[in-house]
Design a protein around this ligand. Structure first.
Ligand code: FES
Length: 126
């Protein structure tokens, strides 16, 4: 079996939702101190629904594939549901990641949660 699934390779080669969102309602940036990879997620939220999401990932192929898949999974979903998203669900949607690459999918979960936290903080200020 190849190390990386066809889905991982597809999302790595043709990542969905790459970029940034101007005036995003929530932005989350996380990094992994060991590998040095960084992931940034931008959310546009209307009526508690994720209407748009973009990401910038300075990292390995698995991190890019994880962010791409995670953004596809949360688009159009309510915030409450998105908060339940786990790195396990992202990994499963990618048909698996090698064990030493699981932390890359953790970055996606953490970046999304950080962006939602930022959204909550910003909405309190208004
Ligand atoms: Fe660290 Fe992939 S090697 S995010």
């Amino acid at each position: 079996m190849p190390l990386y699934s066809a889905k991982v390779m597809d999302h790595f080669r043709n990542p969905r939702n790459v970029g940034s969102i101007e005036n995003a309602d929530g932005v989350g940036e996380v990094g992994n101190a060991v590998c040095g990879d960084i992931m940034k997620i931008y959310l546009k939220i209307d009526d508690d629904i994720i209407t748009d999401v973009k990401f910038e990932t300075f990292g390995c192929g698995s991190a890019i594939a994880s962010s791409s898949m995670a953004t596809e999974m949360i688009k159009g979903k309510p915030v409450s549901e998105v908060l339940q998203l786990t790195n396990k669900a992202v990994t499963e949607a990618l048909d698996g990641l090698p064990a030493h690459k699981l932390h890359c999918s953790v970055l996606a979960e953490e970046a999304i949660k950080a962006a939602i936290e930022d959204y909550y903080k910003k909405s309190q200020v208004q």
